[in-house]
Design a protein around this ligand. Structure first.
Ligand SMILES: [Cu+2]
Length: 437
């Protein structure tokens, strides 16, 4: 049973540390080593071994691939730990009843010495290792939980992402759930966790993904929700290594029932989503752009006005906000909260009606490090704003103009923590548009 890290006793934490230390002591040539396992997610050296650089992002394989990856890692770590009952714990940053939930679990911070504490790494944001909390809007997954459809051809308004015809390592757009909390937690922790190639070297990666996997199980409890029951999602094979170092293939059909297929369950799932609303999934070709602005750039915060042209008779249907060709000068201090038509004098707040979601950056590389057109250079983000537009119309706040505002959400420092302020890197967006379908 996978349990909350906070509920592990001292002996269990010692077992976790011993298992990680044993894996870290193995050479990278050993598929059961810490470094080889991390390289399966991503590796930057250009060298390649079986299964390296195979993580799946930006498609409906995101959840299933990471479940397989965690399963084999858990088997290897169990074997290395010497405890036949070992199960991977999870980090529940989404527990609203725990005021410390958004800080890294204490065992990952102290002792702050990687040579004596295998759970610690200095390759994180200093504010996080000092006990700071990831921003609250990084873990606001309620909107994603409301979605009832697993996948569609463009992924918009789905929980699980876009349907693709082949594995895709660094695809965009990410589903709302992949963006928030998944991507945002990666970038808030920062350091190695901010990139595909180093993320799984940080021990917190595995507890973060165990929580993502748990939230997926939680989503399935809600009415009208299910995993794909046919097609490539079930049959596409991926490659992993077991605890004996043997290469093993696995597909989606092998992982749908965690208890039966993979012999694990969670001690507790989050409250089941309640929404029975059937989300209308609009395919890209049905959307018509009704306003846009191009080539915007901002650093700390930014606001951009879009003139929206629509006939009065057409005041209905689905509305979508799209951010296309998003590039970064460098990975920013966190994600950006995205708002539409925040009234003047009102402080943007992610609890407010004007909040439409986050602009997330996991999977993006600084644009001068990647060739134009290659993977990870630019991203696209879609937000369903149908309800917001209806709401704004009802209060006469939808008047032919949409003002899109971006607010940087960085980790909250602990008391007394002071860090030299870096100039926030520039964010470039090729096109901000509003479409209707
Ligand atoms: Cu991840």
């Amino acid at each position: 049973m996978r349990r909350n890290i906070d509920d592990l006793n001292a002996t269990e934490i010692a077992t976790l540390r011993a298992g990680i230390a044993a894996m870290k002591a193995r050479p990278i040539s050993d598929p059961t080593s810490w470094e080889y396992q991390a390289a399966i997610h991503g590796h930057s050296s250009g060298a390649s071994q079986p299964a390296w650089n195979s993580c799946q992002h930006g498609s409906f394989f995101f959840l299933s691939w990471h479940r397989m990856y965690l399963h084999f890692f858990e088997r290897i770590l169990r074997d290395a730990s010497g405890d036949p009952n070992f199960a991977l714990p999870y980090w529940d940053y989404t527990d609203l009843t725990n005021p410390n939930a958004r800080q890294l679990p204490d065992e990952f911070l102290t002792p702050a010495d990687a040579s004596t504490n295998p759970l610690f790494t200095s390759n994180r944001r200093a504010v996080i290792n000092a006990g700071g909390s990831i921003a609250a809007s990084a873990v606001s997954f309620a909107d994603a939980y409301d979605l009832t459809v697993f996948s569609s051809t463009n992924g918009a308004s789905t929980f699980g992402g876009q349907e693709v015809g082949a594995p895709i390592h660094a695809g965009f757009p990410h589903s709302e759930f992949e963006s928030t909390p998944h991507d945002d937690v990666h970038v808030q922790v920062g350091g190695g966790m901010g990139s595909f190639e180093e993320a799984a070297l940080d021990p917190i990666f595995w507890l973060h993904h165990a929580n993502i996997d748990r939230l997926w199980e939680g989503w399935l409890q809600g009415p009208g929700r299910s995993n794909p029951s046919s097609g490539l999602w079930l049959t596409q094979m991926f490659t992993f290594f077991d605890e004996n170092g043997n290469q093993v293939p696995m597909s989606g059909a092998d992982i749908v029932n965690t208890a039966q297929d993979l012999s694990y369950t969670y001690d507790a799932l989050p409250p089941a989503p309640q929404s029975e609303e059937t989300v209308v999934v609009v395919e890209e070709q049905e959307l018509v752009v009704i306003g846009d602005t191009t080539n915007v750039e901002f650093q700390e915060d930014g606001s951009f006005t879009i003139i929206v042209i629509e006939e009065e008779s057409e005041e209905s249907g689905t509305y979508e906000l799209t951010l296309a060709d998003v590039e970064v000068e460098a990975l920013p201090g966190g994600h950006y909260e995205v708002y539409v038509n925040v009234p003047e004098g009102v402080t943007p707040n992610y609890d407010s009606r004007y909040y439409v979601g986050n602009l997330s950056f996991f999977g993006l590389k600084p644009r001068d490090q990647v060739e134009p057109g290659s993977e990870g250079r630019s991203s696209i983000h879609q937000y369903d704003i149908t309800d917001l537009v209806a709401d704004l119309r009802a209060t006469n706040e939808w008047t032919g103009e949409a003002e899109v505002t971006f607010v940087l959400a960085a980790p909250e420092p602990p008391p007394g923590f002071a860090e030299p302020e870096d100039e926030p890197p520039a964010i470039y967006i090729g096109r901000i548009s509003i479409s209707r379908g």
